[in-house]
Every structure is written in structure tokens, then in C-alpha cells.
Design a protein around this ligand. Structure first.
Ligand code: LLP
Length: 420
């Protein structure tokens, strides 16, 4: 293969000598390709974020719930969060123990709450009403509460999860009511949690948000932990040399925050963070065949297998993903503006609009970078398309299949035909 603009995957040694044309020939297009070394590296970076001793990294599994992915994260010693029985099920299958899992619920049914209670999984509730529901189901036990400290941040309105405009968390004005409910059901509030939103590239919003939850935490005198949520960003524009989040600076500010709080609280407690994207995004490149290159008036389009059923982020949040172009034969690199699209019957089915890229030809393969977070986990069967296979490049360069492509039979297996 010839990389026409392979700077980023070269720097990471992403493919470890594997040829993308062979990978697509073996596993089909589109294909999520993961790199184990990168997953492990990101886990370790965050485990070493602060020097404060009681610190726990809890991977937010919604970013990527692949079984092999979860197994790797588990083997790095991280804990994990869960939003649903489905995530808990996958996490237990991947080897996490009940005590490693923290269910951060949002508007869950009694049955879903009971699913976690039956497995001795600690639950974090995010409304007064759901605290009562929890108390009825599991009195005389431990519980955690998600608060909304009022400070939100994120890369798009849809992923800001704190502040008065969002549905998340208990507003601090309800603290007295919370205390009454805890008493009524004999519940011990073991932890408080917040998640301000997703993708910050500068430590300040996170640290400011952390101070808001610490203020709330002070109103409860026997907590075991404070969970500051996720949101740690990755540079999606590495081809334009976007700098990384400065983890050193972030860690230093958090250390100051933790030490200050621990001193005034008078009790040792654990601080937790809950990153999803930081652990998973950069570990995957999404490969696709190019089936067609065409013009509509002045606009040039490259037609690929990556519809928004495969990667929804550009369509849903206008997200940017860098793209690399791979050819079978070497050829001169002539840059031009092109819109890269998928195969779904909607005009919003766009991966990259008017992007300056090396000239693309039918028969090339494109690599969409940083696809490991909210990529496969948000994919669907829209247009009755099959969700792609996933493969993992192991640390020694071997490639293993970690998820098979959907089959046509699976598309119909839950439907029931009627008599006509
Ligand atoms: N904790 C909670 C309670 C969350 O809701 C989330 C993400 C996280 C942790 C992890 O956030 P992260 O570290 O990954 O930023 N689909 C969107 C992102 C939605 C994030 C939802 N919650 C995207 O593709 O950008």
C-alpha cells in the first residue's frame, strides 16, 4: 500500500506492518481496525494523571463496549462505568467484577435498577425521584448521587451534560430533600458524581467543574469517593498539528484541588475520573473502500462504505475526523477539495465536507482516524446495512478478529412475519 498522507498513522506505527488492502480483503469494508498498544498507553497515561494516592480511573464504556476492548481495559486495572443492563452484561463477560462496575443511571426503570442491585453493583442515581425508587428497591444499602453543579462544557450542545438546560443530575438546591430520603430508607451516601460534558482540550473547565462538585460534597460528611466524570479530549485535527490536552498541567491542577479538599474534609476519600473518549478514540482507524468518484457541478464526491450508520459523529455533531488516503500503486500527491460521503439514502450522509485531501480514486482505501470512541458503539443497521467487523492489531503485530460483521440473517432474526 502507498500512503498518500500517512503522517499520523506512521507516527503511531498504527498498522505495525499490516497492509490495509490485505485487511479489507480478509475482513471486508468498512472495517474498524484497533491498535492494542494505543489502548494500553492511554489507560496508563490516565492512571498516572495525578500523584494523589487514592485515585481511580473508571473507563466510560459507552465510548466503546467491544468485549476485547473491555478485556484490555480490565487487564490495565481500570474500573468501568455502565449506563444500562447491556453494558453491565458485557462488562461482567469481559471479566470485570461487580465491585469494579459503577452504574450511572439516567431515567432507568425499576427492572433495570434491580438488574444492577441483583449483581451487587453500586448505583448512582440522578434525580430525587430515582433516589426514592432506589430506596424502595434496596433500603439499608449504599448509593451514590449524580449532582449538577451548574458548570457544563463540551464540543457540541448535544454533549454538554451539566447546567440548567440539561436533563442530568440533582440540582444542589435539593440537598435537604436528598438528606431526608437517605434517612427515610436508611441509605448511606457513599459517593457523589458529576459529568460536565464531553471533550475539553484545556484543563480549566474540568477543574472549575470539579470545584463545583467539591462544594456540593462538603454538604455530606461521610463520603467514600467523589467522581469527577469524563470529558478528557483528544486532538481530532492531528494532520494540522493540533496540540494534545496537557495532562501534566491538568494533573497538577487536580492534585491541588484534591489535596485542598482532603485537608478540609477531614477524611481520606478516593477521587475518580470517568474517561471514555481519551481511552478509546485514537485506538481505531475506520477503513473503507472507495467505490466511486464523481462530480455534481463543481462539487467532487468520493463515495465510500462509511454511511452514518457506521460512524454517526460527523452527521450528528458536525465532528471532524482526519482522513488518510491509501493507494495500491504509488502516484503523485495532488491535493484537491473533495466531499467524502457514505452509501445511505440521505444527503446528510457526509463524513467530510469540502476537505482538502490528496486526489482520491475509485479503488483506493480511506482511513478515517480517531474512530475508536462513539464509532462502533453508536453504529446501527439503518438502510438494513450490516454493522462492520472489528479487528485488533496485537502488540506483536498479529491481527485478530474481535467482532464479526453482522449477517443478513441477523437483520431479520427478531422480526415476526404475519399471516397475509
Ligand atoms: N461519564 C458519563 C456519565 C458520561 O455521560 C460520559 C459521556 C462519560 C463519562 C465519558 O465522556 P468522555 O470522556 O467520553 O467525553 N457521542 C458523543 C459523546 C457523548 C458523551 C456522552 N457521555 C461523541 O461522539 O462525541
Amino acid at each position: 500500500m502507498y500512503k498518500l498522507n500517512g503522517k499520523v498513522t506512521d507516527e503511531f506505527d498504527f498498522y505495525k506492518g499490516n497492509d490495509v488492502f490485505d485487511l479489507i480483503a480478509a475482513y471486508g469494508s468498512p472495517l474498524y481496525v484497533y491498535n492494542e498498544e494505543i489502548i494500553r498507553k492511554r489507560c496508563r497515561e490516565l492512571k498516572n494523571l495525578v500523584s494523589y494516592p487514592n485515585f481511580l480511573v473508571q473507563y466510560s464504556a459507552k465510548a466503546n463496549t467491544g468485549l476485547a476492548f473491555l478485556q484490555i481495559v480490565k487487564s490495565e486495572g481500570l474500573h468501568v462505568d455502565a449506563m444500562s443492563p447491556g453494558e453491565i452484561y458485557a462488562e461482567l463477560e469481559a471479566g470485570f467484577k461487580s465491585e469494579d462496575i459503577f452504574m450511572i443511571s439516567n431515567n432507568v426503570s425499576e427492572a433495570e435498577m434491580q438488574f444492577a442491585i441483583d449483581r451487587n453493583i453500586l448505583i448512582c442515581v440522578d434525580s430525587v425521584e430515582q433516589l426514592k425508587q432506589y430506596g424502595r428497591l434496596n433500603p439499608h444499602s449504599k448509593v451514590a448521587i449524580r449532582f449538577n453543579g451548574g458548570i457544563g462544557a463540551g464540543h457540541h450542545e448535544k454533549v454538554i451534560t451539566a447546567g440548567k438546560k440539561t436533563k442530568f443530575g440533582v440540582n444542589p438546591e435539593y440537598v435537604p430533600e436528598v438528606k431526608n430520603i437517605l434517612k427515610e430508607y436508611d441509605l448511606k451516601l457513599t459517593g457523589v458524581q458529576q459529568h460536565i460534558g464531553s471533550l475539553f482540550m484545556d484543563a480549566d473547565p474540568y477543574v472549575n467543574g470539579s470545584n463545583a462538585i467539591l462544594d456540593i460534597a462538603k454538604q455530606f460528611d461521610d463520603l467514600d469517593f467523589i467522581d469527577l466524570g469524563g470529558g478528557f479530549g483528544i486532538p481530532y485535527k492531528k494532520q494540522s498539528d493540533q496540540p494534545r490536552l496537557d495532562l501534566k498541567e491538568c494533573g497538577k491542577k487536580l492534585d491541588e484541588c484534591f489535596a485542598g479538599f482532603a485537608k478540609s474534609y477531614g477524611k481520606e476519600l478516593t477521587f475518580r475520573i470517568e474517561p471514555g473518549r481519551y481511552i478509546s478514540a485514537e485506538s481505531s482507524v475506520l477503513l473503507t473502500d472507495v467505490h466511486c468518484v464523481k462530480y455534481n457541478g463543481p462539487h467532487k464526491f468520493a463515495g465510500t462504505d462509511i454511511g452514518f450508520n457506521v460512524l454517526v459523529r460527523p452527521a450528528m455533531y458536525d465532528s471532524h475526523h482526519d482522513i488518510e488516503v491509501y493507494a495500491r500503486q504509488s502516484r503523485p500527491v495532488n491535493e484537491e477539495e473533495i466531499t467524502v460521503v457514505g452509501n445511505i439514502c440521505e444527503s446528510g450522509d457526509i463524513i467530510a465536507k469540502d476537505r482538502l485531501l490528496p486526489e482520491i480514486k475509485a479503488g483506493d482505501i480511506l482511513g478515517v482516524l480517531d474512530a475508536g470512541a462513539y464509532g462502533h458503539s453508536m453504529s446501527s443497521n439503518y438502510n438494513n446495512r450490516l454493522r462492520p467487523a472489528e479487528v485488533l492489531i496485537r502488540e506483536n503485530g498479529d491481527v485478530v478478529l474481535t467482532r464479526k460483521r453482522d449477517t443478513l440473517e441477523q437483520l431479520l432474526e427478531n422480526y415476526v412475519k404475519i399471516n397475509i
